[in-house]
Design a protein around this ligand. Sequence first.
Ligand code: UDP
Ligand code: MG
Length: 144
Amino acid sequence: MAANKECTFIAIKPDDVQRGLIGDIIKRFEQKGFQLVAMECQQVSKEHLQQHYIDLKDRSFHNALVDYMNSGPVVAMVRQGLKGLNVVKTGRIMLGETNPVDSKPSTIKGDFCIQVGRNICPGSDSVESVEKPNALWFKDDEQV
Ligand code: UDP
Ligand code: MG
């Protein structure tokens, strides 16, 4: 990653790939001005997902979450903006709250979903937590 850039990892979950929401979601980040660094539609293994959700391994929903994310292809992407423009924070605001019930209209979760277990888009929640998913999902030469 360029030193003067901040990256955020965003994904689109299997249901929403099947619902044909990829374009609507990508459009919001494009319109906002987040630059595309990497994007791929991937069928990911359970091992990969267990690694991705390692911080949640003791939560009651962990296995269901891994099974669900493994149930079909997901779209993973890395987006960036200049440091100081806070793309991680802005990305979380655009996504809405983890539970769609708490998400305001005009956010992605506020507009497209009603269930926490089917909440469309994960996104980095801190600048420090971006490197790990980016490295897990994309090789260096897949990030432009
Ligand atoms: N999740 C769930 N039940 C809960 C909390 C979370 O099924 O009570 C799922 C939900 O799909 C969420 C994912 O676990 O997107 C990861 O949780 P996290 O706390 O990291 O939320 P996020 O960062 O995706 O908003
Ligand atoms: Mg999270």
